[in-house]
Design a protein. Structure first.
Length: 216
């Protein structure tokens, strides 16, 4: 009986609060305004700073040819041997310079490098947004030892909400069944509260950011 009485008291207070709403002490506050300051940094600089801070590798490319050259340079420096790519647009670019890769999706060995695109880059968080709607599906985001992401400066957005809004506009009728935010290599602190990386995904993540915005 006491439990029921306590429950009724709580419900009564809730009803009263809904009926007699408290007047806001600060009615002029803009709750939608961004509270984070980016200083004088551009979106490219914000992303590079945040992404490298969490262990990501960032490479700026002037154009797509520069992307290929930088990719070959990193491949030599890191002794990358086996490249996998399933997205037609990227495969077409690699084919133009006869860059060695395979589009097989059944033999994914240890040490492989997966090359994918992305949906957006969140500058403040240094996060890469990917989805199941991309030609790489889901596996190339988690299986490779090294994940190479080909991105463009036009994909940079300030905040996560901007990335989701852009995706809503891109997929108005068939929103992806899976969306993931990649913020540096995978890590976990579940084991004895000790940070372990990698945990369940790539050991290294590289973002090759291609400048596709015309500067006047």
């Amino acid at each position: 009986m006491e439990e029921s009485t306590t429950r009724e008291k709580i419900l009564k207070r809730i009803r009263q609060a809904l009926i007699h709403k408290t007047v806001s002490r600060f009615p002029s506050i803009d709750w939608e305004k961004n509270v984070y300051s980016s200083g004088d940094l551009s979106l490219e600089e914000q992303f590079a700073k945040a992404f490298t801070a969490v262990g990501g590798k960032f490479v700026f490319c002037e154009n797509e040819i520069d992307f290929i050259e930088q990719l070959m340079k990193e491949a030599t420096a890191n002794n990358w041997q086996r490249f996998y790519c399933w997205e037609q647009e990227i495969c077409g670019l690699l084919d133009t310079v006869e860059f060695p890769y395979t589009s097989e999706d059944y033999d994914l060995p240890e040490g492989m490098v997966g090359i994918t695109s992305c949906e957006a880059l969140v500058a403040r968080l240094g996060s890469v947004i990917v989805s199941s709607a991309q030609g790489s599906g889901r596996r190339l985001f988690v299986v490779p030892t090294t994940h190479v992401i080909k991105a463009y400066t036009s994909q940079l957005v300030p905040e996560m909400k901007d990335a989701l809004l852009a995706m809503r506009e891109r997929y108005p009728d068939n929103f992806p069944s899976m969306i993931a935010s990649l913020t540096g290599p995978s890590r976990t602190a579940d084991i004895e509260k000790t940070l372990v990386t990698p945990a369940h995904g790539p050991r290294d993540i590289f973002v090759f950011l291609i400048d596709d915005i015309i500067h006047h």
